[in-house]
Write a protein that binds this ligand. Structure first.
Ligand code: GDP
Length: 137
């Protein structure tokens, strides 16, 4: 079994779409192994997206991620990382395949509803960012 980290982003929680998105995640065969409701700060959002520090949209991204509550969810499934990236679709919803979460719900390339880890190594780091070992069932 592999693990990945999802985050339901502010555009998802503020539009009250969390239940619908979680339904899609569970229907796709993912098991929720930990979940929290969190309000990120400039510091925690900046740290989470530190790899994007040099990108022109970094400031806007931190502002967006701190604009409402987010819901980090640790997920488990065979091939979880790749399968979850497939389920969420391309970063830009205009390029996301039909049936993906971002195609159905995302508002823009930034307000794209859900985060998914991009590698098994990053999934471990990102799960550790939000959850301690004893919180993972
Ligand atoms: P992801 O792995 O599909 O989430 O995409 P990236 O790692 O490339 O980018 C991280 C997040 O930054 C995305 O999910 C978006 O929320 C945001 N983002 C990516 N590209 C852009 C952009 O060109 N402009 C803005 N404003 N935000 C972006």
């Amino acid at each position: 079994m592999e693990r990945t980290l999802a985050i339901l982003k502010p555009d998802c929680t503020s539009r009250k779409l969390s239940g619908k998105v979680i339904d899609k995640i569970e229907n796709a065969g993912f098991k929720i192994i930990a979940m929290r409701l969190v309000k990120l700060t400039d510091e925690t959002a900046g740290k989470f997206y530190a790899v994007h520090r040099e990108r022109p949209f970094y400031g806007e991204l931190v502002e967006f991620m701190t604009s409402a509550n987010v819901i980090p969810i640790a997920l488990e499934k065979d091939n979880a990382v790749a399968d979850f990236r497939k389920l969420i679709g391309a970063t830009n919803p205009a390029e996301a395949e039909a049936g993906t979460i971002r195609k159905e719900f995302a508002e823009s390339i930034q307000n794209n509803t859900v985060h998914g880890s991009d590698s098994v190594e990053n999934a471990k780091i990102e799960i550790g960012f939000f959850f301690s070992g004893r919180e993972l069932v």
